[in-house]
Design a protein around this ligand. Structure first.
Ligand code: NDP
Length: 280
């Protein structure tokens, strides 16, 4: 059975937005392939696209949305302000540049991509985000790769809590402590690299659970995220996988199966450490 759009749950954001829990990520999709991949995703039913200025494919994401003929209000678009645009003026400028590339009129969710603590500018960046939201250029504002200390700092210094924190999260790196912190603060958890870029899919526990449900390992891992309450946006350039990753709503993992996946946590970060990552 293939999934339909109305099966995807939406999650309420603290600043009144509603985000589809399942989206499509375009990190590492070359610009030349992005229109096609995003078009396949929109045709499969995805209505949430996660891009970033640093991915250099915002323009192509925008082109695919325009060519789809869908109403602007029916597609949720996230993009991110990169490390070279921290600071009040720079962040405002970065947002306008992203909007020029996307040509979507507004951004549904705008994120600070990394805190870059060594620059110590993320509070000023966040102040710009608050204004961008007030100006209506951005509907919801959030952060990515923020550790608890970074979250507390922006909240204490501005009084504004981010609606989401987008963090590395998959069965090998489950971030239970940070997820609890999000829950306490009313922040939605978004899971990046939800499939650990494919590295968890041959785990015997996951393949075994997949067999029991007549599903693929990718579907089991994504279903685990959905049942935990995470927002996910798997990336793929393979049309069959794009469709497969959307087809998550006709089965349910038992508590015992959720526990078996929870036991796979190895504290293995695959991406950079947010406390030290400064690129570019
Ligand atoms: P994912 O965990 O989504 O894995 C993508 C990889 O898994 C690709 O190699 C893809 O191959 C493969 N794959 C996808 N679906 C399946 C499947 N069903 N079965 C087997 N293999 C599969 O990795 P990403 O790092 O791309 O993370 C997803 C999104 O998260 C990004 O696109 C981006 O939007 C966001 N992100 C955000 C970051 C941040 O700092 N905020 C950092 C990293 C990611 P193929 O394409 O060849 O089909």
């Amino acid at each position: 059975m293939s999934a339909s759009i109305d099966q995807v749950p939406t999650i309420a954001l603290r600043d009144d937005g509603q985000i589809p829990q399942l989206g499509f990520g375009v990190f590492q999709i070359p610009p030349a392939d992005t229109v096609e991949a995003t078009t396949v995703a929109l045709q499969a039913g995805y209505r949430h696209i996660d891009t970033a200025a640093a991915y250099r494919n915002e323009a192509e994401v925008g082109q695919a949305i325009h060519a789809s003929g869908l109403d602007r209000g029916d597609v949720f678009v996230t993009t991110k302000c990169f490390n070279d645009h921290h600071g009040y003026e720079q962040a405002k400028h970065a947002c306008k540049e992203s909007l020029d590339r996307l040509e979507t009129g507004y951004i549904d969710l705008y994120l600070i991509h990394w805190p870059v603590p060594s620059q110590d500018k993320f509070v000023d960046t966040w102040k710009a985000f608050v204004e961008l939201q007030q100006e209506g250029l951005v509907r919801s504002i959030g952060v990515s790769n923020f550790q608890p200390a970074h979250l507390h700092r922006i909240i204490e210094e501005t009084g504004v809590t981010p609606s989401v924190n987008q963090i590395e999260l998959h069965p090998r790196f489950q971030q239970a402590g940070l997820r609890r912190e999000h829950e306490d603060l009313g922040i939605v958890t978004e899971a990046w690299s939800p499939l650990a870029q494919g590295a968890v899919l041959d785990d015997p526990e996951i393949t075994d659970i997949a067999k029991a449900h007549d599903k693929t390992p990718g579907q089991v891992v994504l279903r685990w995220h959905v049942q935990l309450g995470n927002v996910v946006f798997p990336k793929s350039v393979t049309p069959e996988r794009i469709e497969e990753n959307f087809d998550l709503f006709d089965f349910h993992l038992t508590e015992e199966e959720m526990g078996r996946i929870e036991a796979l946590d190895a504290g293995d970060r695959t991406g950079p450490d947010p406390d030290t990552f400064v690129r570019p």
